[in-house]
Write a protein that binds this ligand. Structure first.
Ligand code: SF4
Ligand code: SF4
Length: 353
């Protein structure tokens, strides 16, 4: 059974106060002692799609970076390119976007080093011996750094059910090819009766798999990589997925990729989930729909336990299942599958601090 530490939000908490409490907890419990002098410390986060979404704010990065520096290590913030077009699909524009979101040196005390190179193609094959993959394609920086801090924001998710540490590692630390193989089972189609020919899906498809016909949008199934972007941008419910085949396989693939990242840093990592600004959809989306009020911060050296505890805390706060409050899809597969493949431990001991 893994230990999960819980910092409960107080009514008068704000990001600065919570970050201070996070610092005290990590220090007093010696949870950062895996960091050695001169380690390159990668702090994986999400810079958010818009200033409104619930991504971890710069003060949390500053806190973690300071703790690493006090151990005479070299911390930096890191992320990977997205599959979909937008502000984060190569290292140059992603870095500019992060700076515009407030993640400059003046607020964080650290540089940003993208983990998968300029175009998301710098990767390392990591052995997992899973049921789906023998090895997974992880952004190469995660194999090169000595210490790994995974700072995740808990959200609902349209395909994964929810996103926290496992999603941040599995999809968020994968190279472009690693992301593509995870999405490749989900191929959507367009219900032409509902399609208004607005063209939004054509604009956002990362691989130009959608064209317009006289009847509306048409998806070329051979070109489609199953990224789900067309589903997210269609306002007319005209894009449908074969969900049954989708969630389960995608969540299992995410879990095996997360295991790859964990295998690189089993003894040199920590997983911190922020349960604040909890939204129905992930931080890649431009909209923000609050699911419930702030809960706090969860910390563990086991990402599976961290996610299991986070999910239970969210459901306790909601007073109902996540699928009743967010997207009505299976959402516990990541943890159940982790148990099956011997990755981490979804049974946890919650210690409130
Ligand atoms: S976004 Fe939706 S409505 Fe617009 S063209 Fe695409 S499928 Fe049709
Ligand atoms: S058609 Fe396929 S590749 Fe294009 S946006 Fe939709 S899911 Fe992604």
């Amino acid at each position: 059974m893994s230990r999960v530490y819980f910092i409960k939000s107080r009514e008068d908490d704000n990001d600065d106060k919570l970050a201070l409490r996070l610092r005290d907890a990590l220090d007093s419990l010696s949870l950062m002692d895996f960091i050695q002098e001169r380690d390159m410390v990668a702090i994986k986060t999400h810079f958010g799609e818009t200033p409104k979404s619930g991504y971890p704010r710069p003060v949390f990065l500053k806190t973690l970076g300071d703790l690493a520096r006090e151990r005479k290590a070299q911390p930096f913030m890191t992320e990977t390119s997205t599959l979909y077009k937008g502000q984060r699909n190569n290292a140059a524009i992603h870095t500019e976007h992060a700076l515009s979101q407030g993640f400059g040196f003046e607020n964080t005390g650290m540089a940003i080093v993208m983990a998968d190179g300029l175009f998301g193609d710098e990767e390392t094959e990591v052995s997992v011996n899973g049921r789906i993959y023998e090895s997974v394609k992880i952004a190469s920086l995660f194999a090169k750094c000595q210490s790994f801090i995974c700072l995740s924001h808990f959200t609902g998710h349209i395909l994964a059910g929810f996103g926290a540490a496992l999603k941040n590692m599995g999809m968020g630390c994968a190279s472009r090819r690693g992301k593509m193989v995870q999405h490749s089972t989900a191929k959507p189609s367009v219900k032409q009766k509902k399609c208004t020919s607005c063209g939004q899906c054509v604009k956002w498809c990362p691989v130009e798999a959608i064209s317009m016909s006289a009847e509306g949008a048409v998806i070329d199934q051979d070109k489609c990589i199953g990224c789900g972007e067309c589903l997210a941008v269609c306002r007319f419910d005209a894009v449908s997925y074969n969900w049954g085949a989708t969630y389960e396989e995608l969540q299992k693939k995410v879990t095996e990729h997360a295991m790859g990242v964990y295998n690189l840093h089993e003894k040199s990592s920590i997983y911190i989930n922020l349960l604040t600004r909890i939204s129905k959809d992930c931080d890649c989306m431009t909209g923000y729909e609050e699911l419930c009020s702030d809960i706090g911060i969860v910390i563990s050296s086991d990402p599976v336990a961290a996610d299991a505890a986070s999910l239970d805390l969210v459901e306790k706060k909601l007073g109902k299942k996540l699928s009743e409050a967010g997207h009505d899809i299976p959402y516990r597969i990541q943890m159940e599958y982790a148990r099956e493949i011997g990755f981490g431990d979804p049974d946890y001991e919650l210690i409130e601090i």
